[in-house]
Every structure is written in C-alpha cells, then in structure tokens.
Design a binder for this molecule. Structure first.
Ligand SMILES: Nc1ncnc2c1ncn2[C@@H]1O[C@H](COP(=O)(O)OP(=O)(O)OP(=O)(O)O)[C@@H](O)[C@H]1O
Ligand SMILES: [Mg+2]
Length: 348
C-alpha cells in the first residue's frame, strides 16, 4: 500500500449563501477537511496531491489524467458552487475510468433528493416520516400530513435552509416556509411530519460486510425550551449561538441493546438499499415508541476530524488517520480494472 499515489479532489462551496450573505463557514470547513485527509494519507505512506475541482473543465481533466494517481479521494460536494452537480464529478471520474472513493454518481444524485430516497426506503418498508414534495408555483399536496411538520429544501444538505421557523404548527406558517424555500433555494420544499424524539446518526463503513460504527446522538436536553429540538443551520455551524452549544453530540448513544440493534439494522438496510459504497451516514429520529425513522442518507458525509462519522469511528477504536486509510483501502480495492476494459486514455 505504501507509496501508492492518491489525488484528493475537493471543491469550494458557492461564496454566498442563498440569502445573499457570505458563506463564512463552508470554505473554512472544506479546507480544514482537506488538510486533515491529506495529513492522514501522508502519515500512512501514500504519495498525495490535491486539486480543486473547478472551471475550466478541460485543462482539469488533463491534469487529472496526467497526475497518474491510482485513486481519487473524492471530497467534492459541489461543482461551480452547485451541490446538484456533486454527482457529476463522480460521473466524470466514472467516464475517465479512474477509481475514486465513496459512492457512485447515481447514488450521490439519488441520495441528494430526499424525496426520491424516502420513496425507495418506504417502498421497502424502512420507516421514514410521512411527507409531501411541494414544487414552486404548485398547490400543496400536504393534506394527508399531520402537524407539526418540518419544511426543508428537497435537495440540500448541511442544514442549509433549515432554521428555527422550519418547524411549523399551522397552515399559515407552512405556506410561509414553503414559499421561502421556493424563493431562496429555487427548488421544491420537502414537507415532512415532525418526529419528536431522539436524534441519532449512524455511520457505516465498508462494502461486502459493512461495519456499523457506534451510534452517535445529539443531546438536546440543555437546549432552552423555546428553541425547537432540531439540528438546523445555527446548530451545525454558528458556534456563538445557543443552538450550537446546546446540541451536544454524544457517542456512543446510550440505548438499550434491543433498541440499539433495531436502529443499527434499519441504518444498514438503508445503506444497502441505496447501494452506498465505502462509507455513509444515516440520519435517524427515534420516536418515543421506539421506531427509528430515517430522515436521510448522506452518501458523501462530512469526514472532517470533528464531524459525526470520525467521532463514531473513534468510539470504535479507529483513530482519524485509520478511518481515512480504511476508506482509501476500500476504494483502492476497486482499482484493478476488469480485464479487457477500456484504458484510461481516450482513443479514437
Ligand atoms: N421529520 C423530522 N422530524 C424531526 N426532526 C427533523 C425532521 N427532519 C429534519 N429534522 C431535523 O432537522 C435536521 C436537518 O435535517 P436533515 O438531516 O434532513 O437535513 P440536512 O440539511 O441534509 O442535514 P445534514 O446534511 O447536515 O445532515 C435533522 O438533523 C433534525 O434535527
Ligand atoms: Mg442530516
């Protein structure tokens, strides 16, 4: 393994958030993550280079091909600042026939659409909150849902577009939130029944026999009662807010063994149903009657040193560099192209 070459591909988010304010947290987080992944791979003996995935595309493709890397470590969450193009980076690497870490383009695209993901899960009997997709300029189809509801963008992550007003208790606030999402995010709103209960994150590592890492929980117990018990944008990013300081991650989550088993099974089933590869994180709310409702599957989860997946790995005795190394190994095991398959260099 030692000395094998890895090219880390990363992308920077759009400099402005949808509300027009400067994104102060996104770029910093990307660069910290890049540095941590790079140091980890170097410490494991890999020869590592990094490249930002940005315009212009054609010289970039040339540089990727000439890099001679055996593996791309794919940290891209967007292209041209657009998260809907996250899947296209993976699709490009698939066309170039270069092995890369993480899920395929299809899985990245599908899991970014929370509605499509939920319809697959629901079809297979995996519990997920009842929901409706509400596109701009269309009448709501939410009559079958029971308040309280949560309203979020259909295809975003990192809690973009989820603030304290996202939890709605009546039709007027529902309409207001849905319109806000249409206006600012230019996409349908996902309206979901709100699951009052514990919040669990289940990180999974591996392919043939995936390893479910210790479950992490967000502890809301010290959150001031006037604030909704959700992990919205402030809770995730803005360190100076009460939302941030009172949503404390706890790992491993204290769960009775039977309940823990149920949560792990639901998460693993979701991982497999969605064809996740190498690593992913399944976000769950556990209802008071013990049903683990899957909120979403993060097929390209945050692997910054202070993020949920590394926290769970560390609780399993897997230090950060080992986690990153494991992901690289999983991906490298795909690096032998099947005999007779196309070479990397395009030919006439
Ligand atoms: N149906 C729901 N019931 C209860 N809480 C919810 C529900 N949907 C979302 N939330 C809350 O909102 C948070 C963000 O939701 P979600 O995970 O769907 O968004 P996200 O932007 O993809 O987040 P990230 O990618 O950062 O994990 C959840 O962690 C949870 O606290
Ligand atoms: Mg989430």
């Amino acid at each position: 393994m030692s000395g094998r070459s890895i090219l880390i591909l990363y992308s920077l988010p759009h400099p402005f958030l949808p509300d027009g304010s400067v994104d102060v947290f996104g770029p910093k987080s990307v660069l910290n993550r890049l540095q941590a992944v790079k140091e980890s791979l170097v410490s494991l003996g890999y020869s590592v280079k990094a490249m930002e995935m940005k315009e212009d595309l054609s010289p970039l493709v040339g540089r990727i091909l000439r890099s001679g890397a055996e593996l791309i470590f794919n940290l891209c969450e967007e292209f041209r600042g657009q998260s809907r193009l996250e899947m296209n980076v993976a699709a490009l690497l698939e066309l170039l026939n270069i092995p890369f870490s993480g899920s395929s383009s299809l899985v990245l695209g599908l899991s970014q659409d929370k509605g499509k993901t939920k319809s697959i899960l629901a079809h297979h009997g995996v519990p997920t909150p009842a929901y409706a997709v509400w596109p701009p300029e269309e009448p709501p189809s939410t009559a079958h849902l029971q308040f309280p509801l949560i309203v979020k963008p259909l295809k975003e992550d990192a809690s973009l577009g989820i603030d304290n007003d996202a939890l709605v208790k009546d039709s007027a606030s529902l309409l207001r939130q849905a319109e806000k999402i249409h206006r600012l995010h230019h996409q349908p709103a996902l309206v979901e029944e709100y699951i009052e209960g514990r919040e669990l994150n289940v990180s999974i590592l591996g392919n043939e026999v995936p390893q479910v890492l210790p479950i992490s929980e967000i502890d809301f117990s010290t959150l001031p009662p006037h604030l909704p018990r959700i992990c919205g944008y402030e809770a995730k990013w803005v360190e100076t807010t009460p939302e941030f300081s009172h949503t404390v991650p706890l790992c491993p989550a204290p769960l009775p063994p039977k309940l823990e088993k149920r949560v792990r099974e639901v998460a693993l089933r979701s991982y497999r149903l969605m064809d996740c590869r190498d690593y992913a994180r399944v976000d769950i709310r556990l209802s008071p009657d013990g049903i683990p409702y899957v909120l979403e599957i993060n097929a390209n989860p945050d692997i910054s040193p202070d993020a949920g997946m590394p926290r769970s790995a560390s609780a399993a005795g897997l230090a950060y560099p080992q986690l990153i190394g494991r992901i690289a190994e999983l991906a490298l095991s795909r690096s032998q192209p099947p005999r007779g398959s196309a070479e990397r260099e395009p030919h006439e």
